[in-house]
Design a protein around this ligand. Structure first.
Ligand code: SF4
Ligand code: SF4
Ligand code: FES
Length: 294
């Protein structure tokens, strides 16, 4: 049996050390220790419920589904961001320490204020259907599957919590959850928008240094870094830093574009031919006067 030292074999109990406190003020922080009876298949949230019902009803914790679906019961269990309803007590070694997510301000005990996420969500350019002028939308299953992975997200924000950029630095980085959201739209077969400029500038994607910590802890097993962040970083490079692709994107695709491009190039040649003598000749004589030209 996989039971480890968490369950006191002689008493059949589980010991939990839980962080308590009011608001973000660290001076109110304390740790209370509780011992609760063990039951087969018990998860950390069961122990929290037992404490609330039988020992200390003032213990605050957020939850809704108890089925790893709503993303409400996120916390740090022995320092690792996890869902309390998906973490079996018999899989943890030693005493179980439960703390609120550190990347968000604490409201009370294990409950944090995650409203910052809704501000970021509103910044992401929405789904914008490609112009198909009355044509039926047709796409392949493999194209659907690519963005479907990202829609498994339950918005638990554990990935935001584990990300060191969000946790330890003041930056504009929107965080892994929101790169996943942008990728789900960018990779939708019928979306016509490119969100690389948003991710590069307002989204602060350059701050992510691909440590993959977010990918390791996602309870939905979304391959956050490899499938969302890296492809979005590649799009940013292709779109904004690759000179060959820049030229390719600006090549005329039809007669009208060809005509417009030709006019633009001719205008440029005309202005260069007109202004070159006006600028270059005086510049030459100036340099000559300074002894810097032959
Ligand atoms: S891979 Fe990027 S987003 Fe994920 S935890 Fe590391 S720095 Fe944060
Ligand atoms: S991507 Fe995963 S870890 Fe991040 S919010 Fe969604 S489900 Fe949670
Ligand atoms: S209670 Fe819903 S995810 Fe844990």
């Amino acid at each position: 049996m996989s039971q480890k030292t968490t369950i006191q074999m002689n008493t059949g109990t589980v010991k939990l050390k839980i962080q308590r406190g009011l608001g973000a003020d660290p001076s109110t922080t304390r740790y209370d220790t509780f011992e609760v009876p063990h039951e087969d298949g018990m998860v950390v949230l069961n122990a929290i419920h037992y404490i609330q019902a039988n020992i200390d009803p003032s213990l605050a914790a957020r939850w809704n589904c108890k089925a790893a679906r709503c993303g409400s019961c996120s916390a740090e269990i022995n320092g690792k961001p996890r869902l309390m309803c998906k973490t079996r007590v018999d899989t943890i070694e030693g005493e179980i320490t439960v703390e609120p997510m550190k990347a968000f301000p604490r409201l009370r005990d294990l409950v944090t204020d995650v409203t910052e996420n809704w501000r970021v969500a509103a910044m992401i350019p929405a789904f914008s259907p490609r112009l198909t002028a009355g044509k039926e939308w047709r796409f392949y299953q493999k194209d659907v599957d690519r963005s479907r992975e990202f829609r498994k997200c339950i918005e638990c924000f554990l990935c935001q919590d584990v990300c060191h950029v969000i946790r330890e630095h003041e930056s504009d980085y929107i965080g892994p959850r929101w790169v996943v959201k942008a990728a789900s739209l960018d990779m939708h077969p019928m979306d016509g928008l490119n969100r690389s400029k948003f991710l590069k500038d307002a989204g602060g994607l350059g701050y992510c240094n691909i440590t993959k910590c977010c990918q390791e802890i996602c309870p939905e097993h979304i391959v956050i870094t490899d499938d969302a962040i890296i492809p979005e970083k590649e799009r940013v490079v292709d779109r904004h830093y690759d000179p060959l692709l820049w030229v390719y994107r600006h090549l005329p695709r039809n007669e009208v574009q060809f005509e417009a491009q030709t006019k633009r190039v001719l205008k440029l040649v005309f202005w260069v031919a007109l202004l070159a003598p006006v600028v270059l000749v005086p510049a030459y004589y100036l340099l000559k006067a300074l002894g810097l030209a032959p």
